[in-house]
Structures are given as C-alpha cells and as structure tokens.
Design a protein around this ligand. Structure first.
Ligand SMILES: [Zn+2]
Length: 353
C-alpha cells in the first residue's frame, strides 16, 4: 500500500515536472514568436455625440447613435470570435450615467476655447436631458467592453479636449485628464493609452500625460498630407481620400522602429482609418482590398499594422459595416495561420518595445 502511494506520488512529481518543462517550452516559443511576428493593433475612438457635436445636429442623429449603441456588442462578439485585442479610447463624459452625474463631475477648470462652439460643457448645457441621454452616456457599454477578454479601455480625454485650440491651457488639460482617470478608477480601470481628439497632437502636453500614468499615445501616419491635421485644403483632402484606395503598402512598421523616450508616452503610429461602408461598390471593394493587402504586407514582413475608426462610423449601414469588418478579420485569421500574425492592444504593444 505504502509503495503504491509512493509510486503515485512519484508519478505526480514527474507529471508536474513535465508540465513545468512544457510550460517553459511554450513560454520560450511564445517569446520567440512575439519577437518575430507582425501584429494587428486596433484602436477605436469611442465618443458618441461628444466627438461630433460641433459638426452635426443631434436631433438628426438619433438612429445613428442608437445603431452605434447596438453595434458595439456586435463588434465585441466579432473580436471574441477572432481573438482580437483592441484599445477603446473612450471619452470620459461617457462614464457618467446621466446629466445629473455629468453636472456633478464637471472639473473645476474647464477649457475656455476662443471658439466656444468646441466646448463640450457649453454644448451639454444646451441639451434637453430627457431627449439626449442615449447619445451622451454609455457606462453600461464601457462595462461590457471592460468585461470582454483582451479589450483595453483607454482615454480620448474627458471632454473630447482640443489640445491645439486657442484659449485652452495646460492647467485645463490637466484637470480634464485627472477627471478621466478618476472616473475610470471608480470602475476599477487604469488608463494607460490615450488618443488625442481630432489627432491634435500637442508634444508639450506629453510629459503631463506620462506623469498621470499614460504610457501610450496614438500618433498620425507620417505622410505629409497627415502632418497638418487641421488642414482642409483641397489638395490635402484629395490625397487623403485617394490614399484609402491606391498607393504603396508603406503603412506598417517594425516593433524596433518604435522608440521609448524617458518621461513621455510611447508614440504609436496609426496605419489607417477604416472608412465606413460605401454604397459605391467599386470604391468599397477598393478600400477593403487596400486594407487586406496592407495587412498581408505587415504579416509577411513581421510588422505592426494599426487600424482605427470610431464605433459611430458603423452607425449608418450597420449590417454592411459589420459584414465588412468580418471580411477583414477573416483575412486576419488567414494571416495568423500563415504568418503567425498576432493581435495586440496598445498597452500590449508597449510591453514588447
Ligand atoms: Zn474623437
């Protein structure tokens, strides 16, 4: 009896040693793969009305935002199905439940833009609470995203803050960021990645971001026509639009091209904006094929391909948009099988640099 027990115990020791050994081998393989692979990074600017209130009439967009709310769980389902890791850069105001909370959470310092039509605070004050809450708050959805595997909640500032606008100051930016961080913390979320609204990228604010724990920011593609994000010149607009359909596959990059600088967040370059579904079939297919070809290029060459969009871009033609996203993720799966292409959040990419 005793020797049987001994035998059993020794079998268990052997089993656990083998397990340990196979874990080590697996970790080694995983590390080798991580160092050699390419990765798809997806970041989404989640903002609802707060990202567009100066451009659209809220009353015309009811269905659009209703669709956006419905589409987010659909996107999450697809991400789970294809094991996609994604960073959701979320506007802090969405963390409120209603206008009462929104009012109570106003920071003591708010940006005093010369162009006051950009102020989310002034805009919020002008709304009729009973008619607009659906487009302004999304605590339930944030919770759902946060509870889904491999999703990172990042920040898109508290008030969709414009860092290059006249009238705002570093102090009001700090107050904005602090509010985002405390709202997220109350939900058990630590914010590590930031996307600057309208890609207004203010280098002098980066230090402050880092001090508040932001380790990553998304930056613009390096092409000249993206340099000045405010430019609406016809030439720039034409090039930006044309770039969605034609051109060379130069949007992806190696992990080693990313450069960590002490005291400021890691700048992660976006490769491409996924434009919404277009009823113009030829253009829509050109756009998808371009992304597919860029993704293949990144996978083959072990590069990072960073795709971004706003969930509300799926608000018109939601079914077609979801079906296009599935096509892209289906291609991602092919790249994964063929080239070990992986998927990362912005925070996960940071840990490889
Ligand atoms: Zn935005």
């Amino acid at each position: 009896m005793k020797s049987e027990n001994l035998e059993l115990a020794s079998q268990q020791v052997n089993k656990s040693m083998n397990l340990e050994l196979s874990n080590q081998t697996m970790n080694k393989t995983a590390n080798q793969q991580i160092n050699n692979n390419g990765f798809l990074v997806i970041s989404l600017d989640f903002e609802l009305i707060w990202g567009v209130f100066d451009k659209v009439d809220h009353n015309d967009k009811k269905t659009y935002f209703e669709n956006t709310r419905k589409i987010i769980p659909e996107i999450l389902k697809l991400f789970l199905e294809y094991n996609i890791h994604c960073t959701w850069a979320t506007v802090g105001m969405l963390f409120n439940r209603d206008f009462e909370e929104w009012e109570a959470n106003k920071p003591s310092r708010v940006p005093d833009y010369v162009n006051s039509s950009l102020s989310a605070y002034k805009y919020g004050d002008s709304l009729k609470p009973e008619l607009s809450a659906q487009s302004c708050f999304a605590k339930d959805l944030i919770s759902q995203i946060n509870n889904t595997a491999n999703q990172e909640i990042g920040t898109h500032t508290y008030s969709h803050y414009y860092c290059l606008e006249d009238g705002q100051t570093l102090a009001s930016f700090k107050a904005d960021l602090e509010k985002s961080i405390s709202m997220a913390k109350a939900m058990g979320i630590e914010l590590k990645s930031l996307v600057f609204p309208r890609n207004q990228f203010n280098e002098s604010y980066l230090k402050v971001c880092y001090e508040f724990g932001i380790k990553n920011v998304r930056s613009n593609p390096t092409d000249w026509y993206w340099k000045d994000t405010q430019s609406t010149s016809l030439k720039n607009r034409l090039f930006r639009t044309g770039d969605a359909y034609f051109g060379s596959n130069n949007k992806s990059y190696r992990v080693k091209e990313l450069n960590k600088i002490d005291g400021i967040p890691l700048s992660q370059k976006a490769s491409r904006l996924l434009r919404p579904y277009s009823k113009h079939k030829i253009l829509n297919n050109l756009k998808l094929n371009r992304i597919i070809s860029e993704m293949t290029h990144a996978a083959k060459n072990n590069e990072i391909y960073h795709l971004w969009w706003h969930p509300h871009n799926f608000g018109n033609n939601p079914e077609e948009n979801i079906s296009d996203l599935r096509k892209l993720l289906e291609h991602y799966k092919k790249c994964q099988n063929k080239y070990d292409f992986g998927s990362l959040t912005m925070s996960e990419l940071n840990s490889l640099v």
